[in-house]
Ligand binder design. Structure first.
Ligand SMILES: [Mg+2]
Length: 193
């Protein structure tokens, strides 16, 4: 087998491992947010409003769990990483329950998962650095894959290579990333060429 270019691959969940299901436009409207970072705007709210806002986000997350669908080729790609001794991580702003639901529904497993419950969320580099430390893998041997600007900024801040996953009809942040793919097959080429 050809040696892989990276020792660790870290994925975002929604819109990267799974097909995008969140309607952020609708979530923003229901909460009454502007166009900024959803999590950050909510954190800046007074406490009572903040609790209500997170409840709305969580309702959407529960709906999304029911409709979760994998990106085509996601499972074989994760299995190929495993077979080739590449560490596989997942960093999501979603809650742990959603990740558990995804993993049991599709029989996926990750070497390490970091969710919203962790003290820092993307684009802060801490989740990546925290994940890599016990693996003794340097950011320079790691690729961060995600479908949103925060995923790319998180990877850059931590010093990894970055790969933007462009979904049909979604905002294009490919200018910010080292690579851009629109399928798991394209990602496979980057990992093993
Ligand atoms: Mg995403």
């Amino acid at each position: 087998m050809q040696n892989a270019r990276y020792k660790a691959v870290i994925f975002d969940m929604d819109g990267t491992i799974t097909k995008p299901v969140f309607d952020f436009q609708r979530i923003r409207k229901e909460i009454g947010l502007g166009a900024g970072d959803v999590a950050k705007e909510i954190e800046d709210m007074p406490e009572a409003e903040r609790a209500r806002a997170w409840r709305i986000v969580e309702e959407h997350e529960r709906d999304a769990e029911t409709n979760q669908e994998l990106q085509e080729g996601a499972k074989p790609l994760l299995e190929r990483c495993r077979a080739d001794n590449i560490r596989v991580g997942l960093i999501t702003r979603n809650v742990k329950r959603s990740v558990d639901s995804l993993c049991s529904k599709f029989g996926l497993s990750f070497d390490h998962v970091i969710t919203r419950e962790f003290e820092h969320i993307k684009p802060h580099p801490a989740p990546i650095l925290h994940m890599l430390a016990p693996w003794r893998i340097a950011p320079v041997n790691t690729i961060m894959v995600g479908d949103y600007i925060h995923d790319i900024d998180c990877g850059k801040a931590a010093g990894t290579t970055t790969c933007f996953y462009l979904n049909p009809g979604c905002r294009d942040f490919s200018d910010h990333a080292d690579f851009t793919v629109s399928s798991m097959q394209e990602l496979e080429t980057i990992l093993w060429t």
